[in-house]
Write a protein that binds this ligand. Sequence first.
Ligand code: ATP
Length: 273
Amino acid sequence: ELTKAGWLLDITVLKLGHIIGEGEFGAVFDGEYLAQRVAVKTIKCDVTAQAFLQEATVMTKLQHKNLVRLLGVILHKGLLIVTELMTKGNLANFLRTRGRSLVGSVQLLRFALDVCEGMAYLESKKLVHRDLAARNVLLSDDDVAKVSDFGLTRAASRVSDDQRAKLPVRWSAPEALTKEVKYSTKSDVWSYGILLWEIFSYGRQPYPKMSLKEVMERVEGGFRMEAPEDCLPAIYALMTICWAKEPRRRPTFHKMREKLEQEMKKRCPGYDS
Ligand code: ATP
């Protein structure tokens, strides 16, 4: 199916550059494909590659300004996944390195809205991300935030035996941490609440100073994080409803997008999505 649709790329056309990141399954390089700057993610393991290939088929059907775009794949020593190059790297690092003095609250709101729009699109397609976190949001040259690794996380979890050990505990809804894992758009909404907290605390680690065991126990017992310093009250209100124990009481991404747009208009009167 990938071949027919033209998603299989030609390795002789690809110009591989330097290593720009290290993924769980192999290195990430920058490069060029037909005059476009690209990122190339290498998947070494054959079994994993098979699963990723299936998921790549899902990715080809998704196109949105706030999702990292897949150009195609190359079968070469495993699998190469070619996506648009996000020159400013991941959102967590971006916020950590620049901090309050260089990034204002309107830009934070812009990032929150970008991610929300990408997720609202996935929600409309009934696709669950499962690993939404600031480290999986990448920034383009012109500071547009895009969700990355969608579709791929499912492939990864299908092949790893010790997936439980690698669960992103700090980002996981309580029901996603129980024995029979229950992922849904609503568990993505929980993770989005954590991501909002990461954005407004400039890339801090969620539940600071707590061990993973403490996080699991205390969140199950009803503990929730406090508002980050100087966080807009409307944003903290949004976080806390994302963290409703009952999944169906959490908002939709569609609804959150409206709220964030209102907030944006208050702060930038000329703002128009
Ligand atoms: P997975 O979540 O599938 O296990 P990973 O988290 O191990 O993947 P990635 O996040 O995909 O690995 O990539 C690792 C790093 O490489 C990222 O943090 C980012 O800095 C860089 N990177 C990945 N994709 C791109 C891209 N399209 N443009 C620029 N940099 C990228």
